[in-house]
Design a protein around this ligand. Structure first.
Ligand SMILES: NC(=O)c1ccc[n+]([C@@H]2O[C@H](COP(=O)([O-])OP(=O)(O)OC[C@H]3O[C@@H](n4cnc5c(N)ncnc54)[C@H](O)[C@@H]3O)[C@@H](O)[C@H]2O)c1
Length: 411
């Protein structure tokens, strides 16, 4: 078996990609590589470019219910951008000093998210530095002062260092980029889809950031918090990987390094309903939540043996929780900032399972997921009824993404 590369990762039996990378045959004096990658056939327009052994991208949505039988990491040699990511993967892991996280957009949600992260000791979150930025300079300064005055009396715990940054500089330094900016959130009293209407304006903001990411040859994680979460995640992948004629280039952000963070608060709302009804022990242990941060999200009280009435109540609570707060005359942002980001990012960075929207068969779909280089869905056994619901939902969301021209046509 010929292996190439002398870093942490090495390629198996792919002399062509190794040559493009300038990786020679692995020297005998080197220890065994931590990660051995084999080339895989696949479509870089709808699959992760690199995947660990426990995730098989060719299985599509099946990967939410069945574990991979692959025994090695895989990559798509036909995605030009994969070279940059292979180089990154082969570097020694971190400097042991923790993650640098950039938060772009310090509004209600971004501000609360930054507060939650700034108050979590670095020891617990793994985050050493928080870079904050907002297009409104006064607002950025205000948050620098607010977050800078968070401290404990002679505490032993070190909190993340909060540093102001410009959007372009952020990409040069951060490992994780959180997109929480918004052009305008529909005010209280607005009827209809308050998330979907933000797509056009927020995509415009996002595009400018994707240009900055490209200029910095950014290879970190790109996490979307703004609405509509999954569509913006899809747009981040799509817009960073197409040329002026609309053709796929495959030299932008890798799809597995993009994810949406919006299901945390949906799960919080479903669990609050379960607590009111006295079902919370079962739901917390066996329940599930899938789909978008939006009106089509589906919750189950027990994914092995779902009770229809209970699951419907949980789904309704997850879907309508934002409207209940809006009906009281306020915009929801504390639950979102804390649950979707503050309580999700630290376990995510630690490689634990969280709820996130990750690329599954061409679209970003919310599911239990885990970071292992990129973000991938984790599998769990589920009742046929749950599987059927997910299959239908995934199909509908795929059709919607197609109608919005967010998917490259195959073939
Ligand atoms: N993921 C979730 O769980 C969740 C839940 C609720 C709301 N949201 C969404 O989060 C987004 C933010 O909501 P909000 O209530 O904080 O909005 P907000 O209006 O309070 O804040 C938006 C912030 O973005 C900043 N901004 C605008 N353009 C920018 C740019 N180009 N670069 C950097 N910053 C820029 C604004 O100055 C403002 O501070 C919305 O899309 C909202 O719908 C997400």
């Amino acid at each position: 078996m010929r292996t190439f590369g002398n870093g942490r990762a090495a390629l198996v039996a792919d002399a062509i990609t190794a040559e493009k990378l300038g990786w020679g045959p692995r020297r005998r004096s080197r220890p065994e590589p931590e990660i051995l990658l084999r080339p895989r056939d696949g479509d870089p327009r709808c699959e992760p470019w690199m995947a660990p052994d426990w995730h098989d991208p060719s299985k599509g949505l099946e990967s939410v219910r069945r574990k991979s039988r692959r025994r090695h990491w895989s990559y798509l040699p036909n995605a030009p951008g994969v070279l940059r990511y292979l180089e990154k993967l082969a570097e020694p892991p971190g400097n042991g000093k923790g993650w640098c996280v950039a938060v772009a957009g310090l509004g209600r949600v971004g501000g609360v998210a930054a507060t939650a992260l700034a108050t979590t000791p670095s020891r617990a979150s793994g985050i050493r530095e928080l870079l904050i930025s907002d297009v409104d300079a006064a607002n950025q300064e205000r948050w620098l002062l607010e977050l800078g005055s968070i401290a404990t009396w002679r505490g032993e715990d070190v909190l993340p260092r909060v540093v102001p940054t410009t959007l372009s500089q952020g990409f040069d330094r951060c490992d994780v980029f959180l997109f929480a900016a918004s052009d305008s959130v529909p005010p209280v009293g607005t009827r209809g889809d308050v998330r979907g209407v933000q797509f056009g304006p927020n995509r415009t903001i996002l595009r400018a950031l994707l240009d900055q990411a490209r200029a910095a040859t950014y290879t970190g994680l790109f996490l979307i918090v703004s609405d509509p979460v999954e569509r913006l995640a899809q747009a981040a992948f799509h817009d960073s990987n197409q040329d002026a004629s609309g053709a796929f280039t495959g030299d932008g952000l890798a799809p597995e390094r993009i994810a949406g963070l919006g299901l945390g608060v949906m799960w919080g709302r479903a669990l609050a309903c379960a607590r009111r009804e006295g079902w919370d022990q079962t739901v917390a242990r066996f329940g599930g939540l899938y789909g978008p941060h939006g009106a089509e999200v589906v919750a189950f009280d027990d994914i092995r043996k779902p009770d229809t009435a209970r699951s419907d109540s949980l789904s309704a609570a997850a879907r309508e929780g934002n409207l209940r707060i809006r009906d009281l005359g306020h915009l929801p942002y504390v639950g979102p900032g804390v649950s979707s980001v503050g309580l999700t990012l630290p376990p995510l960075l630690a490689g634990k399972e969280v709820l996130a929207s990750v690329l599954i068969d061409g679209i970003y779909f919310g599911a239990p997921a885990r970071l292992d280089w990129g973000m991938y869905p984790t599998a769990r056994p589920m009742a046929p009824k749950v599987w059927k619901t997910l299959l239908d939902l995934h199909g509908r969301l795929q059709a919607q993404a197609c109608a919005l021209d967010l998917i490259w046509h195959r073939g």
